[in-house]
Structures are given as structure tokens and as C-alpha cells.
Write a protein that binds this ligand. Structure first.
Ligand code: NOJ
Length: 551
């Protein structure tokens, strides 16, 4: 596949927003969020400036892994509504200028999927080869991803009389994705959602999907991408690949970038938290300097938090302990010895300067930002939920009502309890922040507006700028569309320094993009002086002679 036409590469400058229908808005007061609720809140998202929704799994599911255990790839869990409601959501989102991507979870199914139910009944079942079976457990079996729940990835099934592979929970048997018939079924699933109008997929657990045991390799990802592009030219794949950069690079494909369209930047994410713990930008700076170049059609997904644990598995044990001590001092705030079950605002004890600095930074890095619902109002986790990812999967906080404006159901019937404590809806909610010009919601809205007006961030190249303070990250992003300079301070005290603008020439000026002072500063010998407050952040647009851009 050759990507020469850049007009359809919408993901280069998109603002993604991930939400789970069941915790967003409940319109029939059964305690479970629904698609009709989501449809009602699309205006909130459009106003915020989101350009692409990523819907967490909404398919029929026994819900033993938050919906990542799928029983039917072609349906909608009846508690959320119907396929008809889904089409209404799609239509309304498109009408508001937002695209929609959905989770594609095809490394495994639920053990309740009819394929597995049928497969286990007999070696001659027509679905037996859809899964991975063995008579014994191999010596070199990998450890489970969920060590608190599983002691391995092979489990004996009494009905089948054989072991089956499950990279995740035991109730999630791995599909045999190297088998042509399984691939054909997966293609039909993709085709179905594309035909309904979906704009792409967040691909779950990619390294597991194309890994192993004589299984398919990258050629399969290429096939999937090619298929998606043929069926719907502007559709994309956003893949979950939590690996070091050098290994991750292969998942973008060859120099044309013909496998995953986008990947989350887990490396920068983990280094960001180490930098925050140390109040020193160096760990993040080093990560960004080692971030590999990618093809024009590919993109990084920059994020602060997602729906899983904040995994720190790519840090060394000592580095991880530093982050644990700083941000998850209690055992119950940790999971699997590798991750944290908290959201950023509570980890930073609600310090508005520091929280704003982090989001400003994430939006200023080359790539496309991916928000997790509730981040726009600074939601925290539920401190009563310990040692579980469920702590960050609480109802969206719309108002200060007991049910957070999410639902009027009896709390005992709610799919998840509303957050208690300092980040409860009485303190943090959309309704109150909408009316407060100084609120975090208004800040994020402004950040998104500024990001969208600075397409050089999505298209440009990163340069780390020299300045004397290790606690400061100063960088520029440059493309033919323009140049942005940003500085972020990880330390509590202010810093002053000079920024030299790369390639600066006669008549160049900078103008503040995020901040109160729009007066342009003419560069003095190619640079300008900066005063950055404690945990401060600043963006500037570089204006070259003849450029007509505004701040
Ligand atoms: C990755 C998902 O993000 C996570 O929530 C899930 O538990 C595993 N994949 C298994 O599907």
C-alpha cells in the first residue's frame, strides 16, 4: 500500500476520547449507561473539541473483563441498547464532525462465545481449530498477564480433554489467528462494522494477536490493514503495543507504514511518570530523543491515562519503586506489582498547576492526544476500590447529585459506584465547571482548541531545545505548516532561561499561544527569554516574515 495522498490522514491531527457506554449516562435508570445516553452527550464532546470517539467494548459479554470478553462480535449488549441505537450514535457523531472507532478484540473470545462452546465438545467440532489446544503444557509457556488471577496461560478443559491457551484470563481462550477460517471470520467482523460507518478500530493486545506458537506474524497485520483500507479508504487501526520502541516500530510496518496506523506511546507515558516523580524532565527527554521516526501516514497516540492500570512495566524495578513511592504509597493503589490504579489528579494531590502542565505537555508532543473520559474535568479514582482496575472505571461525573448525574438508580444497582472522597461529584463535575471560566474543563477545551489550530504538532518533527535546567523540557515541533515552541517545568520553583529558536532568521517573532500575553516578541539574535513559573507551561508560535498566522 502506498500512502501518497495525505488528504485522508485525519488521525494525524485528531483528538481522541475513550469512553465506556456503561459508565457514561444512564437514561432509563437501570444503573447501566446506555447508547441513548451517549447520544445525548455527544454535544458535550463536540463542544470540548473531540474529533474521534473510541468506544470501549459494547458487545454482548459476560463482563468478566469489562467487556473485553466478547460473546458476539456482531451485536450490542442489550443493557446498552440495540444496533439501531448504535447507528443513531454514529449518525449523530458524524453529524457533529466526530469520527468513531471501536475496540477490536480478536486475540481471544469469551469462553461463552458459541465458537468455544462448540469447539470444546469434540476434537471433530467444526470450531475446534478456532482455538489453540495441546495435550500438555509446554515448558517454555510465558507467564500470565494477570498474575494475581492466573498462574499460567494454559488451562485444562475437562469437556475438551485438552489444554487451551489463554494469554489473559482463563475465561478468554485465545483464537488461532493463523488459521484461514478464523481470519475469514475476523475479516467479516471488520467488514460489518466498517459497513455500519465505523471509522476504524482500536486493536487490542496486538503483540499477542500476531505472536507465537507457529502463529501468524506481521504479514497478518498488513493483511488486516490492507483489508480495512480497501473497504473504507479513510479507516484506521490504533494498536495497543506496550513494547520498547525498537520492537514497537515493527508494528507500524515497513517504510510505507502499512501495518498499524497509530500506536499508543507507552514508553513516553511511563517515562513521564518517572519524570514527575523525580521533578526532573530528563527521563522523558531521553525517551523522546530515542523515539523512532515513523512514516508520514503513521502517528503516535499520546496519553496520560487509560482504562487499565497505569503500567510501569518498562521501567526498571528501582525506577518503578520511585514512582510507586511518589504516587501510589499504599499497596491497594498498586496492581500486579507493575502498575497503579489511580488517576493523575489524585496522584498529584489535585495541584492545578502540575495537572495542567502534564496535559499541556501531552498535547504539545508530536502525535495525536488520546483522552480517557473524565480527564477533561480532572476526575479521580474511587479510593474505596483497592488493587483493581475498576478504581478508574467509575461513572462519569456530570452533576453534584448523589448519582453524579449519571444515573438515578439505587446505588446498589449501579454498574459501578460513584467516586467517594475529595474527588466525589460534589467537588468535581461537568455542570459546575461549565460555568466557571477558570475551571479545568475550560482549560482542556482551550488546550484542544489550540492543538487543533496548530496542525504542525500532528505533522511536525520534534527537536529538544537546549537550556540549562534539567527540570525543564523545552521543545519545538516543526513542519511546513509552521513551528511551535513549548516549555514545561517539572519542578515547583520558577526558572528563567533563554530559548534559541532553531533556524531563526531576521524578522522572526514568537507569540504566546497558551497564556495571557498575546503580544509578539521579536527574537533577539535568534532567541528569547522565558520566565516559567513552578510547574509552569507555555506554548509559543513562531511567526516567520510574511506568515499570516494568528495566535
Ligand atoms: C487489553 C485491554 O486494554 C484490557 O483492558 C484487557 O483486560 C486485555 N486487553 C484483555 O483483553
Amino acid at each position: 500500500m502506498r500512502l501518497t495522498d495525505t488528504s485522508d490522514l485525519w488521525w494525524k491531527t485528531a483528538v481522541f476520547y475513550n469512553l465506556d457506554v456503561k459508565t457514561y449516562l444512564d437514561t432509563d435508570d437501570d444503573g447501566v449507561g446506555d447508547l441513548r445516553g451517549l447520544a445525548q452527550r455527544l454535544d458535550h464532546l463536540a463542544e470540548l473539541g473531540v474529533t474521534c470517539l473510541w468506544l470501549a467494548p459494547f458487545y454482548p459479554s459476560p463482563q468478566r473483563d469489562n467487556g473485553y470478553d466478547i460473546q458476539d462480535y456482531y451485536g450490542v449488549d442489550p443493557r446498552y441498547g440495540t444496533l439501531g441505537d448504535m447507528v443513531e450514535v454514529l449518525r449523530t457523531a458524524h453529524d457533529r464532525g466526530m469520527r468513531v472507532i471501536v475496540d477490536l478484540v480478536v486475540n481471544h473470545t469469551s469462553d461463552q462465545h458459541p465458537w468455544f462452546q462448540e469447539a470444546r465438545t469434540s476434537p471433530d467440532s467444526r470450531y475446534r481449530h478456532f482455538y489453540q489446544w495441546r495435550d500438555d503444557v509446554p515448558d517454555d509457556a510465558p507467564a500470565s498477564m494477570f498474575p494475581d488471577a492466573e498462574d499460567g496461560v494454559w488451562r485444562f478443559d475437562e469437556t475438551a480433554g485438552q489444554y487451551y491457551k489463554h494469554s489473559f484470563y482463563r475465561h478468554q481462550p485465545d483464537l488461532a489467528t493463523d488459521h484461514p477460517e478464523v481470519r475469514e471470520e475476523i475479516a467479516k467482523v471488520l467488514g460489518f462494522w466498517l459497513e455500519l460507518g465505523i471509522d476504524g478500530f482500536r486493536v487490542d493486545a496486538v503483540p499477542f494477536l500476531i505472536d507465537g506458537d507457529g502463529g501468524p506474524e506481521h504479514e497478518y497485520l498488513r493483511t488486516l490493514r490492507g483489508y480495512v483500507s480497501r473497504r473504507r479508504g479513510a479507516a484506521m487501526l490504533l494498536g495497543e503495543v506496550n513494547l520498547p520502541y525498537d520492537e514497537q516500530l515493527a508494528f507500524f510496518g515497513d517504510s510505507d507504514g502499512d501495518e498499524l496506523t497509530m500506536q499508543f506511546d507507552f514508553v513516553a507515558n511511563q517515562r513521564l511518570y518517572l519524570a514527575l516523580a523525580r521533578q526532573d524532565a530528563a527521563p522523558l527527554r531521553d525517551a523522546l530523543l530515542s523515539r523512532p521516526a515513523i512514516a508520514l501516514g503513521n502517528q503516535w497516540g499520546n496519553f496520560v491515562r487509560n482504562h487499565d492500570e497505569l503500567t510501569l512495566d518498562q521501567l526498571s524495578a528501582d525506577e518503578r519503586d520511585e514512582v510507586f513511592e511518589a504516587f501510589a504509597p499504599e499497596k491497594g493503589q498498586r496492581i500486579h506489582d507493575r502498575g497503579i490504579t489511580r488517576r493523575l489528579p489524585s496522584m498529584l494531590e489535585g495541584d492545578p498547576r502540575r495537572i495542567r502542565m502534564v496535559y499541556s505537555l501531552i498535547f504539545s508532543l508530536p502525535g495525536a492526544p488520546v483522552l480517557y473520559y473524565g480527564e477533561e474535568i480532572g476526575m479521580g479514582e474511587d479510593p474505596r476500590v483497592t488493587g483493581s482496575r475498576a478504581a478508574v472505571r467509575t461513572p462519569m461525573q456530570w452533576t453534584d447529585a448523589a448519582g453524579a448525574g449519571f444515573s438515578d438508580a439505587d446505588p446498589d444497582d449501579m454498574v459501578a459506584q460513584v467516586v467517594a472522597g475529595g474527588f466525589a461529584p460534589q467537588h468535581i463535575n461537568v455542570s459546575q465547571q461549565r460555568h466557571d471560566p477558570g475551571s479545568f474543563l475550560r482549560f482542556v477545551q482551550e488546550l484542544i482548541r489550540t492543538y487543533r489550530a496548530a496542525p504542525e504538532i500532528g505533522w511536525g518533527e520534534l527537536a529538544i531545545l537546549d537550556q540549562p535546567h534539567s527540570c525543564v523540557l523545552a521543545h519545538s515541533v516543526t513542519s511546513e505548516l509552521g513551528m511551535l515552541v513549548a516549555a514545561h517545568n517539572f519542578a515547583p520553583d520558577g526558572r528563567t532561561f533563554r530559548i534559541d529558536v532553531l533556524g531563526a532568521d531576521e524578522g522572526w517573532r514568537v507569540v504566546s499561544l497558551l497564556g495571557d500575553d498575546p503580544a509578539p516578541v521579536t527574537l533577539d539574535e535568534g532567541g528569547f527569554d522565558v520566565e516559567l513559573g513552578g510547574y509552569g507551561h507555555q506554548w509559543w508560535r513562531v511567526i516567520r516574515p510574511g506568515e499570516r498566522r494568528i495566535a
